[in-house]
Design a protein around this ligand. Structure first.
Ligand code: NDP
Length: 280
């Protein structure tokens, strides 16, 4: 049976480190500030934004919420970002995605000052990650790496498979594993022989967005399995991309959903905001 990597515990440890560092910065007259923009009333986005605000309070950051109506125009949203870009007490700007359909996400991401882009979605930050010389790492993949490190798992030389190639999770995840000298395969919806490729992985990261997609026959005995997915099963219960009950007996380490990668994303956002405060 696999050792379960407890994301709640690791995330709490990261937040505590950030809190202590925030106290230290406070002695130098610096208080990190995060602005969170939410457009419309998507219930999942509302939960994420509330959790981010709560985490900011816990670690001692200033947090400002900008809740805009669903009919906000592109010009209005860009004007707000422009204001926040030059607001001295704001170190990080996060625009909760997805945005309502009429808004251009790409233009919004491009408008955020890269030095305040704590999600690390701006092309300039993406490029920096590519060459391994970065200020911020994207929160979810960075959280997965933190979990791997917390469990003492060696990445160098390992055969790593990432299922998913989104700009937010799959691609940067693969890059971070590569930076730690893994041999990385990225799989997606057109991949042939997915089962065989996954079954050869020492470390398997699932970022597909399909409930219980990774079954036991896709996992090698003793593999490390990290589950990024946040889905609902047929009974409406929260579940990951991995069929946890079937895979856990085969794996050496596994992350649960909930309580695995999920809590890490916000913890890493706090880390990025702290870093941003030291850059300004
Ligand atoms: P996307 O929908 O953007 O990407 C999904 C990826 O999975 C795509 O690359 C897609 O391939 C691939 N895929 C879909 N079907 C298959 C298939 N049958 N075989 C192989 N690959 C397939 O999702 P995200 O990357 O944004 O998110 C992935 C999951 O992670 C979601 O459940 C999301 O909710 C969760 N998530 C969790 C976070 C956290 O904090 N824990 C943060 C962000 C996301 P293709 O490119 O070919 O379409």
């Amino acid at each position: 049976m696999a050792t379960i990597i407890n994301g709640k515990e690791v995330a709490a440890k990261v937040r505590e480190e950030v809190r202590q560092e925030c106290v230290r910065l406070g002695e130098m007259g610096i208080t990190p500030g995060l602005a969170v923009i939410i457009v419309g009333d998507d219930p999942a986005s509302r939960v994420y934004v509330n959790n981010k605000k709560k985490a900011c309070e816990e670690v001692g950051f200033i947090s400002e919420e900008y809740a805009l109506p669903a009919e906000t125009t592109q010009e209005e949203l860009l004007a707000l970002i422009d204001r926040l870009n030059s607001k001295p007490d704001i170190d990080g700007i996060l625009c909760q995605l997805p945005l309502p359909k009429h808004l251009d996400e790409k233009a919004v991401i491009h408008a955020i000052d890269p030095s305040k882009d704590v999600d690390a979605f701006h092309p300039s930050n993406v490029g920096k990650i590519m060459i391994g010389d970065y200020d911020f790492l994207p929160c979810t993949p960075a959280g997965v790496m933190e979990l791997i490190h917390s469990a003492g798992i060696e990445v160098s030389g390992k055969n790593c498979v990432v299922i998913g190639r989104s700009n937010i999770v799959g691609k940067p995840m693969a890059m971070l594993l590569l930076h730690e000298n893994a041999t990385v395969t990225i799989c997606h919806s057109r991949t042939r022989n997915l089962k065989e490729i996954c079954a050869a992985a020492d470390i398997l990261v699932a970022a597909v967005g399909k409930p219980k997609f990774v079954t036991a026959d896709m996992v090698k005995d003793g593999a490390v399995v990290l589950d990024v997915g946040i889905n609902r099963d047929e009974n409406g219960k929260l579940c990951g991309d991995v069929d946890f009950d079937a895979v856990a007996p085969k794996a050496s380490f596994i992350t649960p959903v909930p309580g695995g990668v999920g809590p890490m994303t916000i913890a890493m956002l706090m880390k990025n905001t702290l870093k941003a405060a030291t850059l300004h």
